[in-house]
Design a protein. Structure first.
Length: 199
């Protein structure tokens, strides 16, 4: 469901750096003895060290153990590692496996990610009807990205019949929750919506 006119996509290098940054921040937050004054530059230096790589691998082993015990948050984290190839070889089939396990337990992050996999045919056969169903489950739990994607599905008729009223309903909710890309999409839907949503 990618619309290059409404969505900015980082380059592969930027995306990988972003994932390393987020995973490392997670590592820092999970450690009991973290230096509260650690600087951004020192974190960026850390990302390139063998120590970081080993620490990430250890963290992934921990996520995998907990994920196998059925904890959805760990399943999502592990799925993301396989999705982006961070600390493990990139494996979309394995990513989908872990997203599905968490999604079926009601984890909204996993439901949205699984929807994206169906929406793009990554790790599964492309199926926008299935994608929209997972977006809906996540959106109904208040997941902002899923609200935006579900609204876009209704607007474009991807996986569901086109329905502008239903699209606006979910895009309203996404915007109210602070989803920045939603404003741009709303402005493309007509002058009335553009005037209404201009701040």
């Amino acid at each position: 469901m990618t619309d290059t006119t409404t969505t900015h996509h980082a380059s592969g290098n930027e995306e990988s750096a972003y994932r390393r940054w987020m995973i490392y921040k997670n590592l820092l937050q999970s450690r009991e003895a973290v230096d509260k004054n650690i600087s951004e530059s020192s974190i960026n230096e850390k990302l390139c060290t063998q120590e970081f790589i080993l620490e990430l691998e250890e963290r992934i082993r921990g996520w995998k153990k907990v994920a196998e015990e059925g904890y959805p948050d760990a399943q999502v984290q592990l799925g993301e590692c396989y999705y982006f190839g961070e600390g493990v070889p990139k494996d979309m089939t394995e990513a989908v496996k872990w997203f599905r396990k968490a999604a079926e337990q009601g984890n909204a992050d996993a439901q949205c990610r699984l929807g994206l996999c169906y929406d793009t045919g990554m790790g599964v056969q492309l199926d926008r009807t299935e994608a929209t169903e997972w977006y809906r489950r996540a959106a109904e739990q208040g997941h902002t990205d899923a609200m935006h994607l579900l609204g876009g599905s209704y607007y474009n008729g991807w996986g569901v019949p086109k329905n502008k009223e239903e699209a606006l309903k979910w895009l309203h909710k996404a915007r109210e929750s602070g989803h920045g890309s939603t404003i741009m999409l709303l402005k493309q839907m007509g002058e009335m919506e553009e005037r209404h949503f201009d701040d």
